[in-house]
Design a protein around this ligand. Structure first.
Ligand code: PLP
Length: 428
């Protein structure tokens, strides 16, 4: 962690004294306030926030409609625990999420993405009466034990935390830039089924339609379609982890929609509630109803404030057409990145759906050897220019862009210009 300026020093020193190093910080700044696409640190410096709190703020920081809805809810009811006494925002949100996914669905609410993933697996196991779970290399599904076992995007997440959960398998994610074509990845899944676990013992296949932490790699539509056919053939529950790719980020409401498939269960979190802790599992009613009463829930799951926030987020998506805006922002940024790539050979790949975009930095475009140091220099140079970015990828050599979908065209242009200046300065 490098320090940005003297004013923050006291806070950073206190943080190092009282907070363990296991919680790593990308940016050594303390944020004072935020609005829309902008945040201000405690020293008064303004930044364009192209991290959105890791994809949580697709509606921007403190959208007025969201703030108003949470305030109104705060004045009425903060908590009962839905399992104890019910409240309408939970049911209203469940109904709206089911309508978004379509079909005869049901929805259950939790607090974090990891909790959503774990519950999706529980539901799939209850429904199929099988235990196996297949996830993908490069996938990130959270930090609690089952979710962590499914996570395979970096050894830093798993380190020496084992033993991990049983009966979880990994198959290669289709990553064309690194030679994993759809055919090859499907062959590898077949191989897994013929060498390690029989498909008849697999309850769920869980996939991010576009890898998040794993490097912003979209799964080709053909891969998702073949995966849907394979899971259907074997009675396996297909779970779309839309925690990062959901809510307009890819230019559609959900990433799987690019492949025109119907997953059995969809896990949502992050931008669902614009910063209030909320996640959801939405899925086909017979599957969702497999666990017996008492099998699902949690003290805080579907907290009233978080539900009010999510209902307001859904309003904003409708009134401001934010999913379509994700596609427009994506086109604008992709154009800027592709033009930059023609001048900077270290940008080995420009990729992503909609506004879920990234550049992969390589030491040599021929070998595609990762250049994590260059990625870090770009992040630091961008921050110096008032633009906050994040890394990702197993080798930490991918710079990802997650601007709010409410960002104005001027903010997107300004962010792209700052990124360009940072890339040129860092790669000079
Ligand atoms: C795709 C995906 N799934 C699951 C998670 C876990 O969510 P949470 O950190 O809220 O537990 C994340 C978090 O980054 C994610 O990106």
């Amino acid at each position: 962690m490098t320090m940005t300026n003297a004013e923050s020093y006291a806070s950073i020193a206190a943080r190092e004294r009282h907070v363990p190093r296991g919680v790593a910080n990308t940016h050594a700044i303390f944020v004072d306030r935020a609005e829309g696409t902008r945040i201000w640190d405690v020293d008064g410096k303004e930044y364009l926030d192209f991290t959105s709190g890791i994809g949580v703020l697709n509606t921007g920081h403190r959208h007025p409609h969201v703030v108003r809805a949470v305030r109104e809810q705060l004045d009425r009811l903060m908590h009962t625990c839905f399992q104890v006494t019910m409240y309408e925002p939970y049911v209203e949100l469940a109904a709206r999420l089911c309508a978004l996914v379509g079909g005869a669905h049901k929805a259950v609410l939790f607090t974090t993405g990891a909790e959503g993933i774990e519950n999706a697996v529980k539901i799939a196991r209850a429904y199929t009466k099988r235990s196996g779970v297949v996830a993908f290399s490069g996938g990130f599904h959270g930090r609690s034990f089952l979710a962590l076992t499914m996570t395979a995007s970096s050894p830093a997440y798993r380190q020496n935390f084992g033993p991990f959960a049983a009966d979880v398998y990994h198959s290669p994610f289709p990553d064309e830039y690194h030679g994993w074509t759809t055919d090859r990845a499907i062959d590898a899944l077949d191989e897994l089924f013929s060498t390690e676990v029989m498909p008849e013992q697999v309850a769920a296949v869980v996939i991010e339609p576009e890898l998040g932490e794993g490097g912003f790699i979209p799964a080709p539509a053909a891969f998702l379609q073949r995966l849907r056919a394979i899971t259907q053939r074997h009675g396996i529950v297909l779970v779309a982890d839309e925690v990062q790719s959901g809510f307009g980020r890819t230019g559609r409401m959900f990433g799987y929609q690019h492949a025109a498939i119907e997953p059995d269960l969809v896990v949502m979190a992050k931008s669902l509630a614009a910063g209030m802790p909320l996640s959801a599992v939405v899925g086909k009613a017979p599957i969702m109803d497999a666990p017996l009463p008492g099998g699902l829930g949690g003290t805080y799951g579907g907290n009233p404030l978080a539900c009010a926030s999510a209902l307001a987020v859904l309003d904003v998506f409708e009134t401001e057409g934010l999913a379509a805006r994700g596609a427009v922002i994506g086109d604008q940024l992709r154009g800027a990145l592709l033009s930059l790539q023609t001048r900077v050979p270290a940008i080995g790949d420009v990729r992503g759906l909609g506004a879920m975009l990234a550049i992969e930095l390589v030491a040599d475009p021929a070998t595609k050897a990762p250049d994590a140091e260059l990625a870090q220099r770009i992040i630091d140079a961008a921050r110096d220019r008032g633009l906050l970015l994040l890394k990702c990828g197993p080798h930490k050599n991918v710079v990802r862009l997650l601007p709010p979908l409410t960002a104005s065209p001027e903010e997107v242009t300004s962010g792209a210009a700052r990124l360009e200046a940072a890339v040129l300065a860092a790669s000079a």
